[in-house]
Ligand binder design. Structure first.
Ligand SMILES: Cc1ncc(COP(=O)(O)O)c(C=O)c1O
Length: 434
């Protein structure tokens, strides 16, 4: 049982003693209760949440509809194990995912626990379906912390350093980064150049007929909210079709309404062969999915995929409630409105602070890239660190991202109230001026 009389200081000391430092903490206080976009700590202090447990809380903390669905399920049963005896939630959720993901083709889904596990299973399916070994991801991409997904991930420190060797046959292709576009090139010329580099990659690095799948985040999350240009993703999607490669959209961070559409790929008029979904899918309970073409999902045989806890019924009940909340509260529309407000605030701040080099967003997936000066574009991870530190000591949960650690990212719940947003903005403003 949890002890209610234990102090914050005691818990901080025990954390130091008993929990590995390898798991980092952005905020050193102890959460006690959370609702909407506000967390209250053990000492009664309130924290506005612009982090949403790294993109997990698109419907907010402890949404009443979600907790009600969870309680109802907890009272029935916790886990018969889908491989042992089926239950309704898993099947209903698979149907829902097949119906709401892009693509006018027959679909199936499998449920798992974490994002990395979904990516691993998408790769397994693609390999079985194509009978090819290689996996292509992209520079600046992030796909998880398991051995295979580490190999598919770009940022060496802290995600990969000293944790190898990695799985063979993983390759990272070039990816556009519009902020790094040389001034003498137009946007279109730059994207064309990246497309040429992508084509060359299949001459210099791996032959297309060896590649089972290309896995892409439509907006690179850990990579700094780098939005893929439409022409590039469409080219990659067509290239995959042409070469019999499975195109996988990793929508683990971009999905579930974050970008103003249920899934980010909808912005680019493409339908991936497979999609990975997790994070906000079950509003905080561990759940992920691979959903896509039936012919690919069907390529594996009984017993080859799954897992002890995969598709836990309590998490499925939460996920079904999340889909209802997104619809009933018009969260796709709100995603756009909230994102617009955050962008306006950042634009206002950019008039006062020369360190703001770039503001980018799709829906309410918003980021600001910090530099020494907008002209030099030199990354400024020190200022980024100082801002997140100030925020996390003064009432605002705020995250950084980016290969060079110089991006602030905003993943607030989509139904954040104006009052919460403005409180957060006040602290953000102080953090920039500090
Ligand atoms: C795009 C993407 N893929 C995969 C993952 C890995 O998810 P998990 O941490 O649940 O394994 C993440 C997590 O941040 C992610 O953002």
């Amino acid at each position: 049982m949890l002890k209610s009389d234990i102090t914050t200081k005691d818990l901080q000391e025990k954390r130091e003693k008993y929990v590995s430092k390898a798991v980092s903490n952005g905020n050193l206080n102890i959460a006690s209760q959370a609702s909407g976009s506000t967390i209250t700590d053990k000492d009664g202090k309130e924290w506005i949440d612009f982090a949403g447990a790294i993109g997990v809380l698109n419907v907010g903390h402890s949404h009443p509809k979600v907790t009600e669905a969870v309680k109802e399920q907890v009272d029935k049963f916790l886990h018969p194990g889908f491989n042992v005896m089926m239950y309704e939630g898993y099947i209903q959720l698979a149907e829902k995912l097949c119906n709401v993901t892009p693509g006018d083709f027959d679909k199936q889904a499998i449920l798992l626990n974490s994002g990395a596990e979904a990516v691993e299973n998408a790769v397994k399916l693609a390999r079985r379906y194509t009978n090819r070994p290689a996996v292509v991801s992209f520079n600046r991409g992030f796909h998880g912390r398991t051995n295979l997904t580490m190999g598919m991930t770009s940022k060496v420190k802290p995600y990969k350093f000293g944790f190898g060797p990695f799985a063979p046959e993983t390759y990272q292709a070039p990816f556009p980064y519009m902020y790094e576009k040389p001034d003498h090139l137009s946007d279109d010329d730059y994207v064309n150049q990246k497309i040429e580099e992508f084509k060359d990659f299949f001459l210099s690095t791996v032959a297309p007929e060896m590649v089972s799948c290309v896995v892409m985040e439509p907006i690179q999350g850990e990579g700094g909210f780098n939005i893929v240009p439409k022409k590039f993703i469409q080219y990659v999607s067509d290239f995959c079709k042409q070469h019999g490669i499975v195109f996988v959209a990793d929508e683990i961070q971009t999905g579930m309404g974050r970008t103003g559409k249920l899934f980010a790929t909808e912005h680019f008029d493409i339908a991936p062969d497979l999609m990975t979904v997790s994070k906000s899918l079950a509003a905080g309970l561990p759940l992920s999915a691979v959903v896509g073409k039936t012919e690919i999902l069907d390529a594996a045989n009984p017993g080859e995929l799954g897992g002890t806890f995969a598709g836990n019924p309590v998490a499925c009940a939460a996920a079904l409630a999340v889909f209802d909340v997104i619809e009933e509260e018009n969260l796709l529309q709100k995603s756009e409105t909230v994102g617009d407000k955050i962008e306006s605030k950042l634009t206002e701040l950019s008039h006062k602070h020369e360190c703001i080099g770039d503001i980018r967003r799709l829906g309410s997936m918003v980021a600001v890239e910090l530099v020494d000066h907008p002209e030099s574009k030199q990354p400024n991870p020190e200022k980024t660190g100082a801002i997140t530190k100030y925020a996390n000591e003064n009432g605002l949960l705020l995250l950084s991202a980016g290969l060079k650690g110089n991006v602030l990212r905003f993943l607030a719940p989509l139904n954040i109230t104006d009052e919460e947003l403005n409180k957060g903005f006040d602290i953000l403003e102080q953090a920039f001026s500090n």
